[in-house]
Write a protein that binds this ligand. Structure first.
Ligand code: LFR
Length: 498
């Protein structure tokens, strides 16, 4: 890579990466330096993130990056920034120690906490304050779980840091909460960008845990000495990207505009989750939005990500994990091929069925779900794989209708970014089910968005529109035209009844 290099640490729920990016010859060039697995750890009844293992992989990747850039006469490392999934957090005490383990949002301790919360503050009021989709995984309910459990971290914390902020703290020693990830907590107002004092008060959450959020693009500090010694990143800035991975992914959607009031495109950030929505200049905290259970998450430069959280390729991934436990290990490509050959619409799965959030075994759970919904229990793997993909496409179709109602605009193009953009079968199903053109790519949307925000933060790029121009020039996309959409009508009706 030539010129100033920005290092993106991009952590997803199943894998992490350290990626080096630079603007070179009018394009963004990326080099993947280190890729590693990320798996939550089951300990007794708890589901925890292995934050120490992650830190080890992150610092290893940074060391490799520093060595590679040092060895080349052309580059120098300018900055580093971390993005991760939303909602999860850790507690720091007054001795500057991380107190308790970082819990995974699928931790069973959270089950039922949303109902508890709604007994204290009404659904309407929580929505009016936060504009967020109601999901049991949200930080609000996780914090309530910690409070009720008498969690040591909860009792002794002087700061609460979201997952990406935790790694920024480990890198720089600075405690910050970045705004896009803060917006996933369901404790922040999308209108003012400030914490909801009403909710903090009503739930008795210590207000000093919630400092003014830092905006994406802000320089947080420098890599601290001890970490610089370990990684070779001496004098390197730590710049906050849009630390919520979805916000970073949306930033790199190869559209021509930024936050149009009447969007004619939407996005699906497709990975473990599918986040489908539009980018708007203002939040929509309306009755219809509450009814349709959409979310107003914070985007870059004050934009709103009006979207729906859809249980994405998680089901597909977990079917594979269940098969591995049974001793067979198909590749992703083999799974997609088997899905392609399976009979269409023989099993309709709603990816957002609560029973699929964290089942002990995904195949057993889908079979029992088929029974509960009066469908034939799948007898071969291809039907399972196909059902998981068709379920997503059907969910996208319904979500698209809701988006058009919410924004009173007509959507012509669906941009699919992230890992799922490589799944040609799913992309075509999406085009067919939604009867819209699908533009797939870039695959590494999150890392690209992370790098682009660091470039904006360091003054190398000047706007989101400029960043998107660069993304369009740098990364190829693939277009899928809708084929026979009518065949999706009947399954869509069955889906709506589920
Ligand atoms: C995607 C994502 C979603 C969030 C979910 C849980 O990786 O960040 O946006 O709802 O993970 O944090």
């Amino acid at each position: 890579l030539k010129g100033p290099v920005h290092l993106a640490v991009d952590l997803g729920a199943s894998s992490g990466r350290v990626i080096a990016g630079a603007a070179d010859g009018g394009k963004i060039q990326l080099a993947e330096v280190w890729r590693f697995e990320n798996k939550p750890v089951r300990m007794q009844a708890d589901l925890l993130w292995n934050h120490l293992g992650l830190w080890q992989d992150i610092t290893h990747g940074l060391r490799l990056a520093a060595d590679q850039v040092d060895a080349s006469p052309l580059g120098e490392i300018a900055s580093v920034g971390v993005d991760t999934w939303g909602v999860d957090f850790g507690f720091i005490d007054d001795k500057n120690q991380l107190i308790s383990p970082v819990r995974c949002y699928r931790d069973p301790r959270n089950l039922g906490r949303m109902q508890d919360a709604l007994k204290r503050v009404s659904r309407e009021e929580i929505f009016a304050e936060t504009g967020l989709q109601f999901m049991e995984i949200n930080t609000l309910y996780q914090l309530l779980a910690a409070q009720q459990a008498g969690d040591v971290g909860y009792q002794h914390a002087t700061s609460l840091l979201m997952m990406a902020d935790l790694f920024h703290w480990m890198l720089s020693g600075e405690r910050t909460i970045e705004a896009t990830n803060a917006s996933t907590t369901q404790l922040l107002s999308p209108v003012t960008g400030k914490w909801s004092e009403k909710l903090l008060g009503a739930f008795d959450f210590p207000s000093h845990w919630f400092p003014t959020p830092t905006q994406a693009g802000t320089t947080i500090g420098e890599v601290q000495c001890s970490v610089a010694t370990m990684t070779g990143l001496h004098g390197v800035s730590v710049i906050a990207p849009a630390t919520h991975d979805t916000a970073s992914a949306v930033l790199s959607v190869p559209a021509e505009e930024f936050a149009p009031a009447k969007p004619d495109w939407c996005y699906i950030s497709s990975g473990t989750w599918s986040l489908m929505g539009v980018e708007l200049p203002e939040p929509k905290v309306t009755k219809l939005c509450a009814e349709l259970n959409f979310t107003n998450e914070g985007g870059v430069h004050g934009s709103t990500r009006l979207l729906k959280n859809i249980g994405g390729l998680w089901i597909f991934q977990q079917i594979r994990a269940a098969l591995q436990r049974r001793g067979s290990a198909p590749s992703w490509a083999e799974m997609v091929e088997a899905a392609e050959q399976a009979e269409p619409f023989s099993l309709i799965i709603n990816p957002d069925d609560p029973s699929l959030l964290a089942p002990a075994d995904m195949i057993d759970e889908i079979c029992s779900l088929a029974g509960r919904t009066n469908q034939r229990v799948p007898m071969d793997d291809g039907v399972l794989f196909r059902g998981a993909l068709e379920g997503l496409a059907l969910r996208y179709r319904l979500t698209l209708e809701s988006l058009e109602r919410l924004t009173e605009s007509s959507i012509k193009t669906i941009h699919i970014v992230g890992g799922g953009s490589l799944n040609a079968l799913l992309c075509q199903m999406t085009a067919d089910a939604c009867n819209r053109t699908v533009v797939a790519g870039p695959v590494e949307a999150t890392a690209i968005g992370n790098v682009a925000m660091q470039m904006i933060g360091s003054g190398r790029l000047h706007s989101i529109v400029e960043a998107r121009d660069l993304v369009r020039k740098s990364f190829p996309t693939k277009t899928y035209s809708p084929g026979n959409s009518r065949v999706w009508d009947e399954p869509a009706a069955r889906f709506a009844e589920l």
